[in-house]
Design a protein around this ligand. Structure first.
Ligand SMILES: Nc1nc2c(ncn2[C@@H]2O[C@H](COP(=O)(O)OP(=O)(O)OP(=O)(O)O)[C@@H](O)[C@H]2O)c(=O)[nH]1
Ligand SMILES: [Mg+2]
Length: 469
């Protein structure tokens, strides 16, 4: 497998409300880049990302799923996240893995609850943002109205970087090659608005632009990245994951315009304890000591515990010895993997920007910092803010003696979901589980409680609903 320099890597999370089309779009991007032969469908349960039987049953993503593709000598890692509120902890948990969040908006439904909340969560984590309006092929969509609502809700910095044409069958580029007719608005005006916005972050370029009336596209790259980093520009991209309009162009934008690890905002890491903790800035340099962050854990019945991480500094190979957080006992990587949904592909090296995985490491846990030197301990991520679990269930074993089985299953769930909590109330000798999902979810949508109940049932447990804490 070819090695990529950090400059040739992009890491992008698709986030947004349930049903916006993130998994379908991931599928379309994988197919367009040739990573899969043809796009699967959520309805048929044939997508790379929704591989869990429950995801197929409910036709919703329940986990953050990682895939990668290659386009123009660039490796693009995509994290497809769940949009259902019950599983949103798994989407928030994945944000530290990427430079860019693509907030996918359903053109039919417009701005939804998770759209707005994601825009805030992502801005708080200092990620670069792009809004992707999907389903432009659908009937009765008001795209000019939606663009106006996006700008009213999230600011004038949300500017179209392409526009739909031929009734949503294709798109016209407004940045690289702005010419042609669009379904609404003007391509030339959209181009000028983008350039105006970008040059505002660079005084010298602004002066040149005012004097000459134009700047060469090459000169716009660095200020474009700066504008993204500072949240001064949020490009709005129109696409249809279903009919393919804009998919090739979106790949192009990911590779040409979205930040590589040297261009994005650095991850929010702290070194030291308590009040003495200070922000540190890892260098995305493959030659330095390793720093990586675990953003997802999977307990696989066959493979064991899988830690999915993002490399921020250094190079991880099969021979690397890694420490977990402040632990003193290192583990040897053995096999370094890239992920493609449920499949793992062994690779010889993971460098800054890469999203990779290790298997069979029992001590690995969500939010762990992995490093290869004692100088690099006492480093952790600025804590992620998760919604408070609002639903609790008291559970008890149906049969005496099953306590151990139930406890193991619950701890597996807690390892995988950062918002799932287990408490033992000693006075009444009661185990209470809490999560974001309500105890009686409307069919067919799955919730944390559904999974909890299912897991608990599998472990011969009986649940009784509790009032919210
Ligand atoms: N018409 C149309 N339908 C689409 C498009 N993209 C996705 N869909 C459909 O929208 C539904 C939801 O798509 P998903 O890809 O599962 O959406 P998601 O954002 O991954 O949803 P969650 O996993 O619940 O967060 C499915 O029925 C898709 O077939 C599109 O571009 N046009
Ligand atoms: Mg999905």
């Amino acid at each position: 497998m070819p090695r990529f320099s950090p400059e040739a890597i992009r890491a992008i999370a698709l986030v947004g409300h349930g049903g916006a089309g993130k998994t379908t779009l991931t599928e379309a991007l994988l197919a367009k880049a040739g990573a899969i032969a043809s796009p699967g469908s959520v309805e048929k349960g044939t997508t790379v990302c929704d591989f869990d039987p429950l995801e197929k049953q409910y036709q919703h993503s329940l986990n953050a799923s990682v895939v990668h593709l290659h386009h123009r000598n660039t490796r693009v890692h995509i994290v497809d996240t769940p949009g259902l509120p019950d599983f949103i902890g798994r989407a928030i948990g994945a944000l530290p893995a990427v430079e860019t969040a693509a907030i996918v908006v359903n053109a039919q439904n417009g701005i939804e609850m998770i759209t707005s909340r994601m825009m805030q969560w992502v801005a708080k984590r200092n990620l670069c943002r792009i809004i992707v309006v999907n389903k432009i092929d659908a009937e009765n969509v008001d795209l000019p109205g939606l663009l106006a609502r996006i700008q009213a809700a999230f600011g004038r910095e949300c500017l179209p970087i392409n526009l739909p044409a031929d009734g949503g069958k294709r798109v016209v580029d407004c940045f690289f090659n702005p010419s042609g007719a669009s379904d609404f608005s003007s391509v030339e005006e959209a181009h000028s608005a983008l350039v105006d916005q970008v040059v505002e972050v660079d005084e010298e370029l602004m002066a040149k632009y005012l004097e000459q009336g134009e700047v060469a596209p090459g000169e716009l790259h660095a200020p474009f990245e700066k504008a993204l980093r500072e949240g001064h520009l949020v490009p709005v991209f129109f696409v249809s994951a279903r009919n393919g309009a804009g998919v090739a162009e979106l790949l192009e934008v990911f590779v040409e315009l979205m930040p590589n690890p040297t261009e994005g905002n650095p991850p929010q890491l702290l070194k030291g304890e308590g009040a003495k903790a200070e922000p540190i800035r890892p260098e995305p340099d493959p030659k330095k000591h390793v720093l990586a962050h675990v953003f997802k854990v999977v307990i696989d019945p066959f493979v064991g515990k899988i830690g999915v991480f993002r490399v921020h500094q250094g190079t991880i190979t099969k021979d690397t010895q890694l420490f977990i957080g402040d632990g003193r006992k290192p583990f040897k990587v053995g096999h370094a993997y890239l992920l493609q949904g449920k499949d793992s592909v062994e690779t010889d090296a993971l460098v800054p920007g890469d999203v990779g995985a290790v298997a069979k490491v029992d001590e690995i846990h969500f939010d762990a910092v992995l490093h290869d030197s004692h100088d690099e301990d006492h480093i952790r991520l600025v804590p992620l803010e998760f919604p408070t679990p609002m639903h609790s269930l008291a559970i008890e074993p149906k049969r005496r003696g099953d306590e151990q089985k139930i406890s193991e299953t619950l701890h597996k769930l807690a390892a995988e979901d950062p918002t799932f909590r287990i408490e033992h109330h000693a006075v009444v000798n009661e185990t209470v589980i809490s999560g974001l999902g309500g105890p009686s979810p409307p069919a067919p949508k799955a919730t944390t409680a559904t999974r909890s109940r299912r897991a608990a049932r599998d472990s011969s447990a009986r649940c009784s609903s509790k009032s919210s804490p």
